[in-house]
Design a protein. Structure first.
Length: 146
């Protein structure tokens, strides 16, 4: 008999490589607990870190939406191959705010994020999505190493 500890698990991702462990943890935990899996990809409109210096926002936004489609589809396909139900969501906005809004709106029981490597100066000036979700969430958060 599967545990009903989690019914709704959210994986917040930016790409396949830096969040591979979060993806693996999320899929396996959802499988073991028979939870529904949610996958969110947030296009960060507050930061230029996702946008190449020589690109305009419109073309960069289009490319990031394509990346979001690719990443969330990869996760959904992997999870569905293990018999899981998956909901994909791609949105533009501030990552922490969008992750928390989605989690609260969908009664998520657990948020899973990847820990990315950032230079100390970037982290000092900008903070990290994982750290800020952990600090602001009333929902349990699992941060998987890269």
């Amino acid at each position: 008999m599967a545990s009903k500890l989690y019914k709704e698990i959210l994986i917040a991702t930016g790409d396949k490589e830096s969040t591979r462990n979060a993806i693996d943890y999320g899929i396996e935990l959802a499988r073991v607990t028979e939870a529904r899996l949610h996958v969110i990809f947030v296009i960060d409109t507050a930061s230029s870190s996702q946008v190449p210096l020589d690109a305009d926002w419109e073309s960069a936004s289009h490319e990031l939406k394509q990346l979001g489609e690719e990443v969330t589809k990869y996760i959904a396909d992997s999870a569905q191959a293990k018999g899981l139900k998956v909901i994909r969501y791609i949105v533009e906005g501030h990552p922490v705010e969008e992750i928390m809004k989605y989690a609260n709106r969908n009664s998520v029981d657990l948020i899973i994020l990847g820990k990315t490597q950032k230079r100390w100066l970037d982290r000092f000036l900008l903070g990290s999505v994982s750290e800020n979700v952990v600090r602001s969430s009333k929902i349990p958060v699992l941060v998987a190493p890269f």
